[in-house]
Design a binder for this molecule. Sequence first.
Ligand code: ADP
Length: 332
Amino acid sequence: MSTPAGWAPTDRRRSSVRWDVVVVGSTNVDLVLTVARHPRPGETLIGGSGELFAGGKGANQAVAAARLGARTAMVGAVGGDPNAAVALSELTAADVDLEAMARVPGPTGLAVVTLADDGENTIVVVPGANAAVTPAVVEAARAVVGGARICLLQAEIPLEAVTRAAAIAAAEDVRVVLNLAPACQLPIATLRLADPLVVNEHEVALLLGWLRAEDGPSPAPAVTGGTPATHAEALAAARALRAYGVRSVVVTLGRLGAVGIGADGEWSLPARTVPVRDTTGAGDAFVGALAAALAAGHPLADAAATATGVAAFSVQRLGAQASYPWKDDPLP
Ligand code: ADP
């Protein structure tokens, strides 16, 4: 990741920074089954292929950041089963530091994905060892979190652990990037630590619904409450989140691109037009790349432009982690 001209780290923790990005999150294996169509309840179908891939939103994002050259560490847990080796394979290959990964009895997190010919997929996730990533595990990794420029979080581990990681990062002057995926209800105080909060169009609609119910209507006008389908609607939703006190917001919109709002103002970016093969993990490619670029000192809008290229690279290839670009791969 290139460093912008004239940028130099100025944070007071300069000497203690060991990592560009520390991810506190999930590590799974994805069992991907291809089917002509999805089975109906009670029905048995013969599938096409069945393959195991390294997955989990946390690990996906760590691999995306590390492949771009960010010094990356991961805090999480795998089980004692043979799937653990698969779950860690791409992290290891990308040189992600795994010292703070716990090994716990029982199964590694498992996602069963059925991919149908029409491109629709269904996913069932069994948390397995990810459920063992408790606040105590995060607390034990305080030095790792405190030694990073960016603490990157998702919501596939117990939510109290996400909240604790954000609090530790904030206390240690580490920038929090929070990808609220899957959508969940975190305390508003945690959302306000995110800089940025990254959500897709469905997550932002759910989140605004919960905030409206709990904290009253957003002071920002013109939010209809539905799932945003245009850049203008997504920007209105992002403004509404800012009005609840979130510092900066990125809303991703799949093939429509992404919009954002932060201290530097508002921006919107179209997605790159590329031949699409498999969009699995595109959101994680985007978020991991965003964190890597922010750690390198880029402003949010520039980081999102890089992330857009990285995500477009990934949708042209099969799988999640295996589809992410390395530092010198040309981006679309
Ligand atoms: P999520 O998987 O979290 O819902 P999105 O689908 O919003 O994430 O995708 C994240 C980013 O990936 C988008 O902002 C866009 O830049 C890129 N992307 C997704 N789908 C496509 C596509 N079909 N073509 C090009 N880029 C895409």
